[in-house]
Design a binder for this molecule. Structure first.
Ligand SMILES: [Zn+2]
Length: 250
């Protein structure tokens, strides 16, 4: 993982809170998946062996430093619903596109293969979140909903890490779709490598975060252009990589 560490002001609390966040890559040494999913595929229901996916998730949990049961994913559905995580899931993962928590020792994951992964953190308040923001999610308001949910848990100074996704040049869409999305997210309107209508969804996500007064670190990388990242646009049969955020109190 390309992880960053964000300790808070040590004078502010007797207990210090730390946040770790980062994004996995598909092609990496830890991965056990093969064939179309070669590498660290973390996505279920994509055609990969369930055993390989679970082994990869266990390895990611070890890397993050949590028990596997405390590495939480969601059943993403391109909407804007948010779940508040209080501990390991009891039963199936919730059908949402954002997770937030104020519980230390949990790791929240978002799975992507072109959509924009967003991680949120306010170490001072002890709140973190993970958001799945593809084109439908951006249009549905997933970013706004996640930020609001994080603030409902007490977040005040939120920061975001926006991970690799398909870039605007590589995301050709029908002109009508560009018109529709850019009506609400003007900066997302762009053109493809061949000059046809295209969308820069991540630019729209970053603009929303900025409008919501969230400081952004945007990790470079286009999923379609970088073979080390999974991309649905490059190959419909592929894996999912993850953005993961975790929080610790010491
Ligand atoms: Zn690209």
């Amino acid at each position: 993982m390309d992880a960053g560490s964000s300790p808070d002001d040590p004078s502010a609390h007797a207990t210090r809170t730390f946040v770790d966040w980062g994004f996995t890559r598909g092609a990496c040494a830890e991965g056990t998946s093969t064939g179309d999913f070669a590498g660290l595929n973390l996505g279920g229901h994509v055609g990969d062996s369930p055993g390989s996916v679970e082994t990869n998730r266990v390895r990611l949990a070890e890397r993050v430093g949590v028990d596997r049961s405390r590495l939480l994913f969601m059943e993403q559905c391109h909407g804007a619903d948010v779940a508040v995580a209080c501990g390991p899931w009891e039963g199936d993962a919730p059908r949402v596109d954002a997770l937030v928590t104020a519980v230390p020792g949990l790791a929240l994951g978002v799975l992507v293969a072109d959509c924009t992964p967003v991680l949120l953190a306010d170490p001072d308040a002890g709140v973190v979140g993970a958001v799945h923001a593809g084109r439908p999610g951006l249009a549905a308001g997933a970013v706004d909903a996640a930020v609001e949910a994080a603030r409902d848990l007490g977040a005040r100074t939120l920061r975001a890490a926006v991970g690799p996704s398909v870039c605007g040049r590589c995301y050709e869409v029908p002109d009508a779709m560009r018109t529709e999305v850019s009506a609400s997210h003007p900066v997302s309107a762009t053109v493809s490598w061949t000059g046809t209508p295209a969308l820069d969804v991540a630019a729209g996500v970053v603009a929303r975060l900025a409008a919501l007064d969230v400081a952004v670190t945007w990790v470079p990388g286009c999923t379609r252009e970088d073979p080390a990242l999974y991309s649905y646009r490059r190959s419909a049969r592929t894996g999912r990589f993850a953005g993961v955020v975790s929080m610790w109190s010491r």
